[in-house]
Design a protein around this ligand. Structure first.
Ligand code: GLN
Length: 405
């Protein structure tokens, strides 16, 4: 074959996967890069900028010193799986089998991806509440699921029962739930969960429930795992991890709790994707998960104060805020700002506004469109996070004072 023929073959052949071409880089992580580039206060990506607990860091150091430095069992070090069992039993009253129902993964991100790849077949549909955490879009594309979106509507982010029921059907393989919810701060009530449960049972569907913010709750809100509801134990995949509860988002230790047969499939996918999560950090996780109740109470109380602080800052700056009942984000509406139509077209106002904010005001947020399938649905919204030190929030306050509604 001549060189030019080889080139022709390359050009004619599709060199990138159609799946990878269907989604963009993460907007949330891109906003963090922009924040660094513009020296802006970063209220975009949800990671704490304060220190992780001393004891947990010490446990990780000790694990390395003790030479826990080789692969852990692919589905998770035994002490961590045992600690997950104990914690799930004490917080939610459910006893799972550490040998057959837990897969420790590289963060809840991988736990979600491995779970989807373990259960999705071509033609399967997943029901996804919208706005949704941006990963769920690519998760669907990569696993081959067709997402069916159902709106959560402000100010309370409730859903229309008829709309949800209509999204389920014979092709529904799973509903993706995230409670407490990112980005809205919604905490699903027992009645809402029961309504979802009935649909899952009726259509023989899984519920994949991302519960990473389980301990970050306000105003007496209660976290109820879907796995606790009658009829759901055998069709629920619980996704959780260390990141948010122990302020170690960079450790990448998460897990999936699922019935034995499902777990077998998840473990196979996980094994060939990543082999396993960092062994010494899993060891430290076993200690972290045994933290006393006072640790979780303090975590929630600290975030409650930060929530009040950022709600006040944003309100004073002209944003319309939706008060979260859980997690550490505030969704806002920017309709009260006066926009120059030429510079801020209504269809993508969130993106140009976020860009203006990071470049000219020096504060980074996440454009609302990254949480919607149709970008226009989020064009009037932006998300801020408050998992930050007081100094960071104060710096944001000072800079946002230059923003005029
Ligand atoms: N969950 C966090 C957020 O929504 C961080 C996500 C990530 O970048 N992995 O901002």
């Amino acid at each position: 074959m001549s060189t030019s023929e080889t080139n022709m073959t390359h050009i004619a052949r599709r060199m990138l996967s159609a799946k990878a071409e269907q989604f963009t880089e993460s907007v949330i992580r891109e906003m963090t890069r922009l924040a660094l580039q513009h020296n802006a206060v970063n209220l975009s990506q949800g990671f704490p900028d304060f220190a992780a607990p001393k004891e947990i860091k010490e446990a990780a150091r000790q694990a390395i010193a003790d030479d826990i430095n080789q692969y852990a069992i692919t589905w998770g070090a035994k002490p961590l799986r045992d600690a997950i069992v104990e914690k799930f039993a004490s917080t939610q009253g459910i006893t799972v089998d550490p040998e057959r129902e837990i897969t420790v993964c590289c963060g809840s991100t991988e736990a979600m991806m491995s779970s989807m790849m373990a259960i999705i077949n071509p033609g399967d549909e997943t029901v996804v509440f919208e706005p949704f955490y941006e990963n769920y879009g690519p998760d669907a594309i990569l696993s081959g699921a067709t997402p069916r979106f159902v709106k959560l509507r402000p100010p309370d982010w409730t859903f229309d029962e008829r709309e949800l029921a209509a999204a389920f059907g014979p092709h529904t393989k799973a509903i993706i739930l995230n409670t407490p919810n990112n980005p809205t701060g919604k905490v699903f009530t027992r009645a809402e969960l029961e309504f979802i449960r009935d649909l899952c049972v009726r259509w023989n569907a899984y519920c994949i429930t991302d519960e990473i913010y389980e301990h970050i709750l306000y105003d007496g809100a209660e976290h109820i795992t879907m796995a606790r509801l009658d009829g759901m134990r055998d069709r629920t995949i619980v996704i959780n991890g260390m990141s948010k509860t122990y302020s170690v988002t960079g450790w990448r230790v998460g897990w999936a709790i699922a019935p034995p047969e499902t777990t077998q499939a998840i473990r196979k996918v996980h094994d060939f994707l990543t082999v396993g999560a960092a062994a010494p950090l899993q060891q430290a996780g076993a200690l972290a998960l045994k933290s006393p109740q006072s640790y979780y109470d303090k975590l929630a109380a600290n975030y409650a104060a930060k929530r009040e602080r950022l709600l006040k800052i944003l309100t004073a700056s002209g944003f319309t805020v939706y008060k979260p009942r859980g997690a550490y984000y505030i969704m806002t509406d920017i309709f009260r700002f006066h926009f120059d139509e030429a510079k801020y077209p209504a269809d993508s106002r969130d993106v140009s506004f976020a860009k203006y904010l990071v470049e000219h005001i020096g504060v980074a947020c996440v454009p609302g469109s990254s949480f919607y399938n149709d970008a226009r649905d989020g064009a009037s919204q932006v998300r801020f996070t408050f998992c930050k030190r007081e100094a960071t929030l104060a710096a944001a306050e000072a800079r946002l004072a230059n923003l005029h509604a």
